[in-house]
Design a protein around this ligand. Sequence first.
Ligand code: CMP
Length: 147
Amino acid sequence: MQTTLILLKPDTIQRGLIGEIVARIERKWLKIVGLKMMQLNDAIINEHYDFLMSKPFFPMLKAYMQSAPVVALAVSGNDAVKTIRTLTGATNPAEALPGTIRWDYALTIDANIIHASDSPETAEKELKRFFKEWEICEFEKITDKVV
Ligand code: CMP
């Protein structure tokens, strides 16, 4: 069982798509174990996108990520990292496969609706970045018995 981090980005909130996207995650039988709305400060964005800091688009990315709150989710399930990455689709919505979240809801790489951890190692770091230990719930869900 793996746990991964998802951020529903400001355009999800502005466009009223939180419910639709969370429903798609639940429909896949993944288990939401943490969920909260956050207004991101400079420190957390600089840490989260540290590897992009030298890119010319970084100031735009930062402004976008601070333009409204994000919704952070911790999601568990079998192969959760890969499963969620498949569900979100390619970073550039123009390259995302039809049926993925980015294909269905996003048009540009700079407002691509959702972030998802790209490996189990990254997920571990990102979950610690966005959630306190006590904000991740441990409970048995009825579907745990069948998936
Ligand atoms: P995300 O999955 O959150 O990881 C890094 C983010 O940087 C990515 O989604 C995009 O929102 C953003 N990004 C990556 N490449 C570009 C680009 N060329 N122009 C603007 N934003 C980008």
